[in-house]
Design a binder for this molecule. Sequence first.
Ligand code: SF4
Length: 371
Amino acid sequence: MLTGAPLSRFRKNLLAWFAEFQRDLPWRRTRDPYRIWLSEIMLQQTRVAAAIPYYERFLQRFPTVEALAAAPQEDVLRLWSGLGYYSRARNLQKAAQQIVALHGGVFPSEPEQALALPGIGAYTAAAILSIAFQKKHAVLDGNVARVIARLDAVRGDLRANGTWPKLQRSADHLLAEQSPGDWNQAMMELGATLCTPRSPQCLLCPVSEFCEARKHGLADSIPEKRRKRSTVEITLASLVLVDPRGNTLLLAPPKSAGKSAAADDIHTLVSRMWHFPTVSVHQGNAGAEAQLRKFSEESSILGRKSRAKLLPLKKLRHAVTYRSITLLPFKVEVQTLPRIPSTKAFPLTGLTSLAISNLTRKVARAALASP
Ligand code: SF4
Protein backbone atom coordinates (compact mmCIF):
# COMPACT_ATOMS: atom_id res chain seq x y z
CA MET A 1 0.00 0.00 0.00
CA LEU A 2 1.38 3.39 -0.99
CA THR A 3 2.27 5.82 1.80
CA GLY A 4 4.33 8.97 2.28
CA ALA A 5 6.04 10.58 -0.72
CA PRO A 6 5.02 7.88 -3.27
CA LEU A 7 1.36 8.31 -2.28
CA SER A 8 1.64 12.10 -2.69
CA ARG A 9 3.25 11.63 -6.10
CA PHE A 10 0.59 9.14 -7.14
CA ARG A 11 -2.18 11.62 -6.27
CA LYS A 12 -0.38 14.53 -7.94
CA ASN A 13 0.19 12.59 -11.17
CA LEU A 14 -3.39 11.40 -11.42
CA LEU A 15 -4.95 14.80 -10.64
CA ALA A 16 -2.64 16.56 -13.12
CA TRP A 17 -3.55 14.02 -15.81
CA PHE A 18 -7.26 14.47 -15.08
CA ALA A 19 -6.99 18.27 -15.21
CA GLU A 20 -5.40 18.04 -18.65
CA PHE A 21 -7.12 15.10 -20.33
CA GLN A 22 -10.61 14.73 -18.83
CA ARG A 23 -13.45 14.49 -21.31
CA ASP A 24 -15.72 17.52 -21.54
CA LEU A 25 -19.02 16.11 -20.28
CA PRO A 26 -22.13 18.20 -19.53
CA TRP A 27 -22.34 17.11 -15.89
CA ARG A 28 -18.72 18.15 -15.34
CA ARG A 29 -19.64 21.79 -15.94
CA THR A 30 -21.75 21.99 -12.79
CA ARG A 31 -21.64 21.43 -9.04
CA ASP A 32 -25.43 21.30 -8.81
CA PRO A 33 -26.19 18.09 -6.85
CA TYR A 34 -29.41 17.51 -8.81
CA ARG A 35 -27.54 17.46 -12.13
CA ILE A 36 -24.73 15.30 -10.76
CA TRP A 37 -27.24 12.92 -9.22
CA LEU A 38 -29.14 12.65 -12.51
CA SER A 39 -25.94 11.90 -14.43
CA GLU A 40 -24.87 9.25 -11.94
CA ILE A 41 -28.22 7.48 -12.19
CA MET A 42 -28.25 7.64 -15.99
CA LEU A 43 -24.69 6.34 -16.21
CA GLN A 44 -25.57 3.20 -14.28
CA GLN A 45 -26.00 0.65 -17.11
CA THR A 46 -25.73 3.30 -19.87
CA ARG A 47 -22.69 4.45 -21.86
CA VAL A 48 -21.65 8.10 -21.66
CA ALA A 49 -22.35 8.86 -25.33
CA ALA A 50 -25.84 7.34 -25.12
CA ALA A 51 -26.65 9.13 -21.84
CA ILE A 52 -25.77 12.70 -22.97
CA PRO A 53 -28.84 13.44 -25.17
CA TYR A 54 -31.15 11.91 -22.54
CA TYR A 55 -29.51 13.98 -19.82
CA GLU A 56 -29.99 17.19 -21.78
CA ARG A 57 -33.61 16.47 -22.74
CA PHE A 58 -34.46 15.45 -19.18
CA LEU A 59 -33.10 18.69 -17.74
CA GLN A 60 -34.92 20.79 -20.30
CA ARG A 61 -38.20 19.26 -19.20
CA PHE A 62 -37.33 18.94 -15.48
CA PRO A 63 -34.82 21.70 -14.69
CA THR A 64 -35.25 21.40 -10.92
CA VAL A 65 -35.91 18.75 -8.28
CA GLU A 66 -39.31 20.39 -7.73
CA ALA A 67 -40.23 20.07 -11.41
CA LEU A 68 -39.29 16.40 -11.39
CA ALA A 69 -41.17 15.74 -8.15
CA ALA A 70 -44.38 17.34 -9.46
CA ALA A 71 -44.40 15.72 -12.92
CA PRO A 72 -46.76 12.88 -13.91
CA GLN A 73 -44.80 9.61 -13.76
CA GLU A 74 -45.79 8.96 -17.37
CA ASP A 75 -43.81 12.06 -18.46
CA VAL A 76 -40.74 10.95 -16.52
CA LEU A 77 -40.85 7.47 -18.05
CA ARG A 78 -41.38 8.88 -21.52
CA LEU A 79 -38.17 10.91 -21.26
CA TRP A 80 -36.40 7.78 -20.01
CA SER A 81 -37.85 5.67 -22.78
CA GLY A 82 -35.03 3.90 -24.60
CA LEU A 83 -32.54 4.03 -21.71
CA GLY A 84 -33.95 0.86 -20.14
CA TYR A 85 -33.85 -0.14 -16.47
CA TYR A 86 -36.89 2.02 -15.76
CA SER A 87 -36.77 1.43 -12.01
CA ARG A 88 -33.99 4.03 -12.12
CA ALA A 89 -36.44 6.66 -13.37
CA ARG A 90 -39.17 5.65 -10.94
CA ASN A 91 -36.76 5.79 -7.98
CA LEU A 92 -35.36 9.10 -9.20
CA GLN A 93 -38.79 10.66 -9.08
CA LYS A 94 -39.66 9.08 -5.72
CA ALA A 95 -36.39 10.43 -4.31
CA ALA A 96 -37.15 13.89 -5.77
CA GLN A 97 -40.52 13.83 -3.99
CA GLN A 98 -38.81 12.92 -0.71
CA ILE A 99 -36.22 15.67 -1.19
CA VAL A 100 -39.00 18.23 -1.67
CA ALA A 101 -41.00 16.90 1.30
CA LEU A 102 -38.12 16.40 3.74
CA HIS A 103 -35.17 18.55 2.61
CA GLY A 104 -36.70 21.71 1.14
CA GLY A 105 -35.92 20.64 -2.44
CA VAL A 106 -32.13 20.43 -1.84
CA PHE A 107 -30.25 17.15 -2.18
CA PRO A 108 -29.06 16.27 1.36
CA SER A 109 -25.33 16.58 1.99
CA GLU A 110 -25.21 14.04 4.84
CA PRO A 111 -24.56 10.40 3.86
CA GLU A 112 -27.26 8.91 6.11
CA GLN A 113 -29.92 11.14 4.54
CA ALA A 114 -28.64 10.54 1.01
CA LEU A 115 -28.57 6.77 1.52
CA ALA A 116 -32.17 6.82 2.79
CA LEU A 117 -33.38 8.02 -0.64
CA PRO A 118 -34.74 5.45 -3.14
CA GLY A 119 -32.17 4.34 -5.72
CA ILE A 120 -29.16 5.78 -3.85
CA GLY A 121 -26.57 3.21 -2.80
CA ALA A 122 -23.07 3.60 -1.39
CA TYR A 123 -21.46 4.34 -4.74
CA THR A 124 -24.01 6.95 -5.87
CA ALA A 125 -24.03 8.70 -2.48
CA ALA A 126 -20.21 8.90 -2.44
CA ALA A 127 -20.14 10.26 -6.00
CA ILE A 128 -22.75 12.98 -5.40
CA LEU A 129 -21.47 14.04 -1.98
CA SER A 130 -17.85 14.25 -3.10
CA ILE A 131 -18.48 16.02 -6.42
CA ALA A 132 -21.25 18.39 -5.32
CA PHE A 133 -20.26 19.01 -1.68
CA GLN A 134 -16.55 18.07 -1.59
CA LYS A 135 -17.25 15.46 1.10
CA LYS A 136 -14.44 12.99 1.75
CA HIS A 137 -16.01 9.78 0.43
CA ALA A 138 -14.18 7.53 -2.02
CA VAL A 139 -16.25 5.95 -4.80
CA LEU A 140 -15.93 2.33 -5.77
CA ASP A 141 -17.62 1.28 -8.99
CA GLY A 142 -16.55 -1.27 -11.59
CA ASN A 143 -14.04 1.12 -13.21
CA VAL A 144 -12.41 2.16 -9.94
CA ALA A 145 -12.34 -1.42 -8.66
CA ARG A 146 -10.50 -2.54 -11.80
CA VAL A 147 -7.92 0.26 -11.46
CA ILE A 148 -7.25 -0.55 -7.80
CA ALA A 149 -7.15 -4.28 -8.43
CA ARG A 150 -4.48 -3.71 -11.06
CA LEU A 151 -2.51 -1.23 -8.97
CA ASP A 152 -2.41 -3.74 -6.10
CA ALA A 153 -2.40 -6.89 -8.29
CA VAL A 154 -5.53 -8.24 -6.58
CA ARG A 155 -6.43 -11.67 -8.00
CA GLY A 156 -9.79 -13.47 -8.11
CA ASP A 157 -13.36 -12.26 -8.46
CA LEU A 158 -13.50 -8.62 -7.34
CA ARG A 159 -17.12 -8.98 -6.21
CA ALA A 160 -16.33 -11.98 -4.03
CA ASN A 161 -16.94 -11.81 -0.28
CA GLY A 162 -14.12 -9.93 1.36
CA THR A 163 -12.53 -8.58 -1.82
CA TRP A 164 -14.91 -5.67 -2.46
CA PRO A 165 -14.56 -4.26 1.10
CA LYS A 166 -10.78 -4.60 0.73
CA LEU A 167 -10.92 -2.59 -2.50
CA GLN A 168 -13.10 0.02 -0.75
CA ARG A 169 -10.48 0.33 2.00
CA SER A 170 -7.81 0.89 -0.67
CA ALA A 171 -10.01 3.50 -2.40
CA ASP A 172 -10.51 5.28 0.97
CA HIS A 173 -6.76 5.21 1.60
CA LEU A 174 -5.87 6.63 -1.83
CA LEU A 175 -8.49 9.42 -1.74
CA ALA A 176 -6.96 12.89 -2.13
CA GLU A 177 -8.82 14.58 0.70
CA GLN A 178 -8.15 18.11 -0.53
CA SER A 179 -10.14 17.50 -3.71
CA PRO A 180 -12.35 14.42 -3.29
CA GLY A 181 -14.68 15.30 -6.17
CA ASP A 182 -11.90 15.64 -8.74
CA TRP A 183 -10.15 12.63 -7.24
CA ASN A 184 -13.12 10.34 -7.62
CA GLN A 185 -13.76 11.53 -11.15
CA ALA A 186 -10.07 11.06 -12.00
CA MET A 187 -10.12 7.45 -10.78
CA MET A 188 -13.30 6.75 -12.76
CA GLU A 189 -11.89 8.51 -15.83
CA LEU A 190 -8.71 6.45 -15.69
CA GLY A 191 -10.79 3.26 -15.60
CA ALA A 192 -13.07 4.43 -18.39
CA THR A 193 -10.43 5.71 -20.80
CA LEU A 194 -7.00 4.06 -20.21
CA CYS A 195 -7.29 1.28 -17.66
CA THR A 196 -10.06 -0.33 -19.67
CA PRO A 197 -11.28 -3.93 -19.22
CA ARG A 198 -9.45 -5.07 -22.36
CA SER A 199 -6.07 -3.84 -23.59
CA PRO A 200 -5.26 -1.22 -20.92
CA GLN A 201 -3.08 1.55 -22.32
CA CYS A 202 -0.33 1.38 -19.74
CA LEU A 203 2.10 3.41 -21.85
CA LEU A 204 -0.16 6.45 -21.50
CA CYS A 205 -1.05 5.85 -17.87
CA PRO A 206 -0.10 8.64 -15.44
CA VAL A 207 0.34 6.20 -12.55
CA SER A 208 2.01 3.27 -14.31
CA GLU A 209 5.11 3.51 -12.11
CA PHE A 210 2.94 2.53 -9.12
CA CYS A 211 1.16 -0.37 -10.79
CA GLU A 212 1.91 -3.91 -9.59
CA ALA A 213 -0.06 -5.56 -12.39
CA ARG A 214 1.96 -3.75 -15.01
CA LYS A 215 5.21 -4.58 -13.22
CA HIS A 216 4.38 -8.30 -13.27
CA GLY A 217 2.81 -8.40 -16.76
CA LEU A 218 -0.66 -9.07 -15.30
CA ALA A 219 -2.57 -6.02 -16.52
CA ASP A 220 -4.51 -8.04 -19.11
CA SER A 221 -5.45 -10.85 -16.73
CA ILE A 222 -6.75 -8.69 -13.83
CA PRO A 223 -9.55 -8.70 -12.98
CA GLU A 224 -10.44 -12.32 -13.60
CA LYS A 225 -13.47 -12.75 -15.81
CA ARG A 226 -16.68 -13.29 -13.87
CA ARG A 227 -18.71 -16.30 -14.82
CA LYS A 228 -21.72 -15.00 -16.72
CA ARG A 229 -25.20 -16.13 -15.85
CA SER A 230 -26.17 -18.50 -18.62
CA THR A 231 -28.58 -17.17 -21.22
CA VAL A 232 -32.25 -18.14 -21.01
CA GLU A 233 -34.13 -18.45 -24.30
CA ILE A 234 -37.66 -17.07 -24.22
CA THR A 235 -40.33 -16.91 -26.91
CA LEU A 236 -43.11 -14.33 -26.74
CA ALA A 237 -46.11 -13.78 -28.98
CA SER A 238 -47.73 -10.32 -29.15
CA LEU A 239 -51.02 -9.22 -30.63
CA VAL A 240 -51.31 -5.93 -32.50
CA LEU A 241 -54.96 -5.05 -33.05
CA VAL A 242 -55.55 -2.34 -35.63
CA ASP A 243 -58.87 -0.64 -36.27
CA PRO A 244 -59.78 1.24 -39.49
CA ARG A 245 -58.52 4.51 -37.98
CA GLY A 246 -55.08 3.05 -37.29
CA ASN A 247 -55.60 2.77 -33.54
CA THR A 248 -54.23 -0.13 -31.55
CA LEU A 249 -54.86 -1.55 -28.08
CA LEU A 250 -52.31 -1.55 -25.29
CA LEU A 251 -52.54 -3.08 -21.83
CA ALA A 252 -51.88 -0.88 -18.82
CA PRO A 253 -48.79 -1.23 -16.65
CA PRO A 254 -49.54 -3.30 -13.52
CA LYS A 255 -50.64 -1.26 -10.49
CA SER A 256 -48.49 -3.06 -7.93
CA ALA A 257 -44.72 -2.69 -8.02
CA GLY A 258 -44.16 -6.37 -7.11
CA LYS A 259 -41.53 -8.24 -9.08
CA SER A 260 -41.83 -11.77 -10.36
CA ALA A 261 -38.83 -14.05 -10.23
CA ALA A 262 -39.92 -15.83 -13.44
CA ALA A 263 -37.56 -15.15 -16.35
CA ASP A 264 -40.51 -14.83 -18.73
CA ASP A 265 -42.66 -12.54 -16.56
CA ILE A 266 -44.32 -10.31 -19.15
CA HIS A 267 -44.52 -7.22 -16.93
CA THR A 268 -40.81 -7.37 -16.25
CA LEU A 269 -40.00 -7.84 -19.91
CA VAL A 270 -42.06 -4.79 -20.92
CA SER A 271 -40.48 -2.74 -18.12
CA ARG A 272 -43.84 -2.38 -16.33
CA MET A 273 -45.15 -0.05 -19.04
CA TRP A 274 -47.98 0.07 -21.60
CA HIS A 275 -47.64 -2.99 -23.82
CA PHE A 276 -49.32 -5.12 -26.47
CA PRO A 277 -51.25 -8.21 -25.33
CA THR A 278 -48.40 -10.70 -24.99
CA VAL A 279 -47.97 -14.30 -23.90
CA SER A 280 -44.97 -16.45 -23.16
CA VAL A 281 -44.96 -19.35 -25.63
CA HIS A 282 -44.19 -22.72 -24.12
CA GLN A 283 -44.76 -25.35 -26.77
CA GLY A 284 -42.53 -24.22 -29.61
CA ASN A 285 -43.15 -21.47 -32.13
CA ALA A 286 -45.81 -23.53 -33.88
CA GLY A 287 -48.16 -23.14 -30.92
CA ALA A 288 -47.67 -19.38 -30.63
CA GLU A 289 -50.76 -18.35 -32.56
CA ALA A 290 -53.04 -20.74 -30.67
CA GLN A 291 -51.71 -19.66 -27.27
CA LEU A 292 -52.02 -15.98 -28.15
CA ARG A 293 -55.57 -16.51 -29.43
CA LYS A 294 -56.55 -18.42 -26.28
CA PHE A 295 -55.15 -15.66 -24.03
CA SER A 296 -56.84 -12.95 -26.10
CA GLU A 297 -60.21 -14.70 -26.01
CA GLU A 298 -59.99 -15.40 -22.28
CA SER A 299 -59.20 -11.76 -21.58
CA SER A 300 -61.95 -10.53 -23.98
CA ILE A 301 -59.45 -8.85 -26.30
CA LEU A 302 -60.85 -11.04 -29.05
CA GLY A 303 -64.41 -12.37 -29.03
CA ARG A 304 -64.98 -16.01 -27.99
CA LYS A 305 -64.39 -18.34 -30.95
CA SER A 306 -63.29 -15.33 -32.94
CA ARG A 307 -62.59 -16.01 -36.58
CA ALA A 308 -60.30 -12.98 -36.78
CA LYS A 309 -57.25 -13.82 -38.85
CA LEU A 310 -53.96 -13.40 -37.05
CA LEU A 311 -51.38 -12.30 -39.58
CA PRO A 312 -47.84 -13.29 -38.55
CA LEU A 313 -45.37 -10.41 -38.81
CA LYS A 314 -41.61 -10.48 -39.09
CA LYS A 315 -39.92 -12.49 -36.34
CA LEU A 316 -37.93 -10.22 -34.00
CA ARG A 317 -35.07 -10.65 -31.58
CA HIS A 318 -34.59 -8.79 -28.31
CA ALA A 319 -32.36 -9.14 -25.25
CA VAL A 320 -33.11 -8.19 -21.65
CA THR A 321 -30.15 -8.85 -19.30
CA TYR A 322 -29.62 -12.65 -19.43
CA ARG A 323 -32.75 -13.31 -21.48
CA SER A 324 -32.57 -13.84 -25.22
CA ILE A 325 -36.05 -13.26 -26.59
CA THR A 326 -37.66 -14.37 -29.82
CA LEU A 327 -40.68 -12.18 -30.49
CA LEU A 328 -43.49 -13.40 -32.70
CA PRO A 329 -45.84 -10.48 -33.41
CA PHE A 330 -49.27 -11.05 -34.98
CA LYS A 331 -51.45 -8.36 -36.47
CA VAL A 332 -55.21 -8.55 -36.56
CA GLU A 333 -57.55 -6.07 -38.21
CA VAL A 334 -60.76 -5.36 -36.31
CA GLN A 335 -63.72 -3.09 -36.92
CA THR A 336 -63.70 -1.78 -33.35
CA LEU A 337 -61.23 -2.13 -30.50
CA PRO A 338 -62.66 -3.83 -27.40
CA ARG A 339 -63.48 -1.61 -24.43
CA ILE A 340 -62.17 -3.52 -21.45
CA PRO A 341 -60.64 -2.44 -18.15
CA SER A 342 -56.88 -1.77 -17.98
CA THR A 343 -56.57 -1.20 -21.71
CA LYS A 344 -56.49 1.89 -23.85
CA ALA A 345 -56.54 2.73 -27.56
CA PHE A 346 -53.55 4.59 -28.99
CA PRO A 347 -52.68 5.56 -32.56
CA LEU A 348 -50.17 2.97 -33.75
CA THR A 349 -48.08 5.66 -35.42
CA GLY A 350 -47.95 7.72 -32.22
CA LEU A 351 -46.62 5.11 -29.82
CA THR A 352 -43.15 6.65 -29.74
CA SER A 353 -44.52 9.60 -27.77
CA LEU A 354 -45.63 7.17 -25.05
CA ALA A 355 -43.63 5.63 -22.22
CA ILE A 356 -43.10 2.16 -23.69
CA SER A 357 -40.28 -0.36 -23.50
CA ASN A 358 -37.91 -1.09 -26.37
CA LEU A 359 -39.58 -4.48 -26.75
CA THR A 360 -42.99 -2.86 -27.32
CA ARG A 361 -41.38 -0.33 -29.65
CA LYS A 362 -39.96 -3.15 -31.81
CA VAL A 363 -43.36 -4.81 -32.10
CA ALA A 364 -44.94 -1.48 -33.08
CA ARG A 365 -42.31 -0.93 -35.77
CA ALA A 366 -42.90 -4.42 -37.18
CA ALA A 367 -46.64 -3.73 -37.37
CA LEU A 368 -46.12 -0.38 -39.07
CA ALA A 369 -43.77 -1.97 -41.61
CA SER A 370 -46.30 -4.65 -42.54
CA PRO A 371 -48.52 -4.11 -45.59
FE1 SF4 B 1 -4.13 0.31 -15.47
FE2 SF4 B 1 -1.94 -0.08 -16.92
FE3 SF4 B 1 -2.23 2.13 -15.47
FE4 SF4 B 1 -1.83 -0.21 -14.29
S1 SF4 B 1 -0.42 0.87 -15.64
S2 SF4 B 1 -3.30 1.34 -13.68
S3 SF4 B 1 -2.96 -1.58 -15.63
S4 SF4 B 1 -3.48 1.50 -17.26
